[in-house]
Design a protein around this ligand. Structure first.
Ligand code: PGA
Length: 253
């Protein structure tokens, strides 16, 4: 059975005191509740250790938003997967479209990062998704298949089984323009078929595929009602407890 996950991606937002307050607020809001999904928050590197120490990490998983493509050494300013794991974080978001576009992360670099994340016991939340021109040209399935194949298809089935995918159409990120639940379902079903052809039906069926892109309290229920949408990766709406909690509760019966 695959897991449902609601994951926040704070991006480059919040100072450490602000981030701690947000994490503690969410921790408080979840007290005495048993959500029908796993809850994860992706925070800046600087916040990971303090947040992991301040909240109940059995209820809220902590994620880094990136990690280095090198194990260790003379890479000034980089943060390794081992360093991330040593903070108490359990996840790492990799291949976000902002990292691909602004920091030139290629499929090859991401393949290395995924390997290092797995080697250090982190669960990669691996992001894929097409830009608007690709959707308009009708190449979105091909583009997403390529992103998956180029970075993940050399993994062993056992390692692939540890990956969480996040389909985030770039045109929907931070734009307030969400993919319709039918568009999300169509792509997620397509992705699952691509995974099944490579890794078999069982692994494909067990893979958690999140939707990301302007997901919010108003559209979350409809999106996660789709059979192949197993949760969300949420940017803007993860920055307040008030906006994030209803997305977690979208899984409530
Ligand atoms: P958004 O961001 O929810 O603000 O659109 C999603 C993401 O980039 O992961």
């Amino acid at each position: 059975m695959r897991k449902n996950i609601i994951a926040g991606n704070w991006k480059m937002n919040t100072t450490l005191p602000e981030g701690l307050a947000l994490a503690k607020g969410l921790n408080e809001a979840l007290k005495g509740k048993t959500p029908n999904c796993d809850v994860v928050i992706g925070t800046p590197f600087t916040h990971l250790a303090s947040i992991a120490a301040a909240i109940d990490t059995t209820k809220i998983g902590v994620a880094a938003e990136n990690c280095a493509d090198q194990e260790k050494g003379a890479y000034t300013g980089e943060v390794s997967a081992a360093m991330v794991a040593s903070t108490g974080a359990k996840y790492v978001i990799l291949g976000h479209s902002e990292r691909r576009a602004y920091y030139h992360e290629t499929a090859e670099i991401l393949k290395t990062k995924v390997g290092l994340a797995l080697a250090n016991g982190l669960t990669p939340i691996f992001c894929i998704g097409e830009v608007l021109e690709e959707r308009e040209a009708g190449t979105h399935f091909e583009v997403v298949d390529g992103q998956i194949k180029d970075s993940l298809f050399e993994l062993s089935p056992a390692d692939f089984g540890k990956i969480v995918l996040a389909y985030e159409p770039v045109w929907a990120i931070g734009t307030g323009k969400t993919a319709t639940s039918d568009q999300a379902e169509e792509m997620h079903a397509h992705i699952r078929a691509t995974l099944a052809a490579k890794f078999g039906n069982q692994l494909a069926d067990d893979c958690t595929i999140l939707y990301g892109g302007s997901m919010n309290a108003g559209n979350a229920k409809e999106l996660v009602s789709k059979p192949n949408v197993d949760g969300g990766l949420i940017g803007g709406a993860s920055l307040s407890v008030e906006n994030f909690m209803p997305i977690i509760e979208a899984f409530d019966k």
